[in-house]
Design a protein around this ligand. Structure first.
Ligand code: FNR
Length: 352
């Protein structure tokens, strides 16, 4: 069941990203479907630029030190096909120096014979920054096993109540998650990152996570891969279609969650390097991409993904040069204006 679910997720996520690209526009180029990222505008200051050779992509937050402010976010593992995907993602991460997270390791924790579908993340990326991924109901001993299998540098815990609710075979008990997260954070000797899976972390949630001993929060907001739609697509009658649009977009989540006691990562619906720079300007320390990179990998193979990521890193450098940011953290000082529904969101929530 679990292996076929993992294959379903890849197939259905891919269908979403193919729809997003139905006009044949290359993913690095805007525009694609309207996103709240389009409500984030840099005021153009013609003399603000710096020299390209003074720009450094390195980003430091919590105890982490990443060579680039871009990472491949959690996706898969657990079936033979997804093991091959993990191998290819790891090769791309290795060649581009991107940190990478594996998908949920629940399949491995239930059935150790699936280990070989996750281990390529480390085998093909020996010196890279690798994150293991577990759910909030995992006990600390299992979390340690997940970290050990990948010799992981950090542990992601996903909180995905919306997905579980729509998933036909999903969990229905979420009340123990805060205590579970606290137990794992206390027991694990690598930094713990808590992430959503595309519905966003609110400011209140991030404050709560800070109290639980978490090191970093990945807001993983709405706007990209939509797990309500994916799980609804696995139901014969699609009964949960009305949940479309649930959650906080990635820019809204960043605005709500900044200053709440934890360093933030941004993922969810990051379409191109300008969205990445927008997320960094709203306070993220690095930006994650999942579905968009998966679509490129499955369409064009590892070399296409390496080319794409290389282009993103090149464009990130160009945009930082244009905006006068020597380091990703400098982008937070840029002159930014919000419009449209994102501005309305800020007014409603008293966010300056
Ligand atoms: C995911 N995502 C995910 N997240 C997680 O924490 N554990 C997981 O096992 C998975 N599995 C998974 C499978 C597939 C096929 C996709 C595309 C995504 C969610 C992912 O990490 C991210 O939070 C969201 O997908 C939003 O990012 P994008 O896809 O909009 O860039």
């Amino acid at each position: 069941m679990s292996a076929s679910r993992k294959d379903d997720h890849v197939r259905l996520a891919l269908a979403q990203h193919e729809n997003d690209n139905a006009n044949g526009v290359k993913p690095v180029e805007p525009p694609r479907p309207r996103s709240q990222f389009d409500d984030v505008h840099f005021v153009h200051h013609a003399l603000a630029g710096t020299d390209r050779d003074r720009v450094c992509l390195r980003t430091r937050f919590a105890t982490l030190d990443w060579p680039v402010p871009l990472y491949i976010n959690a996706m898969t593992g657990g079936s033979p096909r997804t093991g091959e995907i993990n191998r290819d993602l790891a090769i791309a991460a290795h060649e581009t120096r991107l940190p990478i997270a594996g998908g949920s390791m629940s399949p491995y924790l239930r059935d150790p014979s699936t280990a070989g579908t996750f281990t390529p993340l480390r085998r093909h990326n020996p010196g890279g920054f690798v994150m293991a991924n577990v759910n909030a109901g995992t006990d600390p001993e299992q979390a340690r096993r997940a970290v050990a299998l990948l010799d992981a540098d950090a542990l992601q815990i996903h909180v995905n109540a919306v997905q579980e609710t729509v998933m036909p075979e999903g969990d229905r008990s979420f009340g123990s998650w805060p205590a579970g997260i606290e137990r794992i954070a206390a027991a694990i000797d690598v930094p713990v990152i808590v992430k959503e899976v595309g519905f966003g972390l609110s400011g209140r949630t991030v404050s709560h996570l800070a109290e639980l001993g978490v090191a970093v929060a990945d807001v993983a907001g709405r706007g990209g891969t939509d797990f309500a739609r994916i799980e609804n697509g696995r139901r014969p009658h699609g009964e949960y279609a009305y949940l479309d649009g649930w959650g906080l977009s990635t820019p809204a989540a960043l605005l709500d969650a900044r200053g709440r006691g934890l360093p933030l990562l941004a993922s969810g619906g990051v379409r191109h390097p300008l969205d990445a720079v927008r997320a960094l300007a709203l306070g993220a320390h690095a930006v994650g991409v999942s579905g968009g990179f998966l679509a490129i990998l499955l369409d064009g193979g590892v070399n296409a993904l390496v080319r794409e990521i290389t282009t993103w890193l090149d464009h990130l450098t160009s945009l930082m040069t244009l905006l006068g940011a020597h380091h990703p953290a400098d982008l937070a000082g840029c002159d930014v204006r919000l419009t449209g529904s994102l501005r309305e969101f800020c007014a409603l929530h008293d966010i300056d």
